[in-house]
Design a protein around this ligand. Sequence first.
Ligand SMILES: Cc1cc2nc3c(=O)[nH]c(=O)nc-3n(C[C@H](O)[C@H](O)[C@H](O)COP(=O)(O)OP(=O)(O)OC[C@H]3O[C@@H](n4cnc5c(N)ncnc54)[C@H](O)[C@@H]3O)c2cc1C
Length: 490
Amino acid sequence: MASYDYDVGILGGGAAGLTVASGAARLGAKTLLVEKEKNLGGDCLHYGCVPSKTLIQTAHVYHLIKNAAKFGLPAVPAPPVDFRAITARIRSVIALIQKHDSAERFCSLGAKVEFGEPAFEDERTVRLKGRRVSAKNWVIATGSSAAIPPVPGLRETSFLTNRDLYSFEKLPESIVILGAGPIAAEMAQTFCRLGARVAVVQRGGQILSNEDKDMADRVMEILAREGVDFYLNAAILGVRNAGSRKEVEIKRDDGRVAILPAETILVAMGREANLQGLNLGGIGIPFDAKGLNLDSRLRTVHKHIYGAGDVTGSFQFTHAAGYEGSIVVSNAIFHLPRKTDYAFMPWCTYTHPELASIGMNEKRAQAAGIPYSVWIEEFKDNDRSLAEGEEVGRIKMVLDEKEKPIGIQILGPRAGDLLGEWAAVLNGGIKLSTLAAAVHPYPTLGEINKKVAGAWLSEKIFSEKIKKGLRFFFQLKGRACGIDEGGRKG
Ligand SMILES: Cc1cc2nc3c(=O)[nH]c(=O)nc-3n(C[C@H](O)[C@H](O)[C@H](O)COP(=O)(O)OP(=O)(O)OC[C@H]3O[C@@H](n4cnc5c(N)ncnc54)[C@H](O)[C@@H]3O)c2cc1C
């Protein structure tokens, strides 16, 4: 039997790689984790979820200060932000979480951590810092980076990606954001709230293009009301330096050309898998800019080399990377064949209000040819929302032909947290009547989950048929009060 240095070698110490390393090492597999940067944690910790959500919270507090009068408080002046203090806070939050993702912690779990740039020599062997290291199984978990589109002039003009956002010395006066996905929407609102002039340029006719248009349009309206300028259906003709500022030239759908001046340009036009430099071509593993070609057990053409996280090119979220890492552990360590199932993969865009989604929305149901019905409840009818001044938003429940829930979208305060209950309902096959009957604490935002299920159930309970039956069996006498068309009580 061939002998290898390790049972499993993992390339990339982000969300996916750390999940595999922790699972494999704790199960007793001799585990190697290789990371290119000087710290573990990946994009999520250093340039993604953690710094962005920290910055979003700072911007939210600043927004509340500026809107103190809305809460019956004395209006207070809000001096301009000092971005160095903001970045210091971001660094401190990263440092807190970094402890959990440290090389020492993974060593204590039993995994060896090496820093360097690996490249495959053959299907079982990687060259690392001039040495050859072999493993029975390999996992490619090297994540993704901002895709840089071939916009004329862009490469010659300095621009930012998510890696540069959290280290400003001072708040840019103006930003043009290319792209209108989740990162673009979150950062547009955040920088606008902090005091920058923000414009968003989008090729298509809606922002957040994976979402239903009604929900995405609502987010756009809210951001526009706060001051973000949107240019939809706009082609980017070019980018150039113009003295101390930059200019983005766009062509709008009516054919008009516009010049958008900006101190800074943020490129947020999708992601590209980090697969260069690993010599994947040399060992016959096909890939493209989107990611690896994997089967449903996350295996490449070599069944002992797996892919997990953003390199799969599917759902590029930290929780998806963790889920895929657990699938790899099942297959590679437990030898229990386990396939991915993304039917109920949730996600959330952390604008304010948040937009969270799980399962089918209308767009996806239509694309899949699934007949569906939609149930909606509004946050303006939720008492806690009103108390907190968060009256904007709605929940949309999508049911299939058999009236089984197949998807939920929530636009509203803490929507991502509210989705947790639906993750349990959908994954657990829990009946809507069970959710509708479950007592929720009052007043909470979560009551909206019960309410939308209850709206569906009410239609069944308070039907004419049921009323007729009750009248027949128990001689109920019917209405005691009513209001006629003229508004008169009778
Ligand atoms: C601005 C922003 C905000 C985001 N917000 C959220 C959010 O709120 N919620 C959410 O779920 N997701 C969010 N994401 C997405 C999330 O960050 C990614 O989906 C997640 O980090 C993917 O995990 P991963 O392990 O695949 O990649 P990563 O976490 O990026 O880890 C990959 C690791 O591999 C290393 N690496 C790269 N190349 C090599 C190499 N050749 N050799 C060795 N190591 C290598 C990298 O240095 C990195 O440490 C956000 C992303 C961005 C950019």
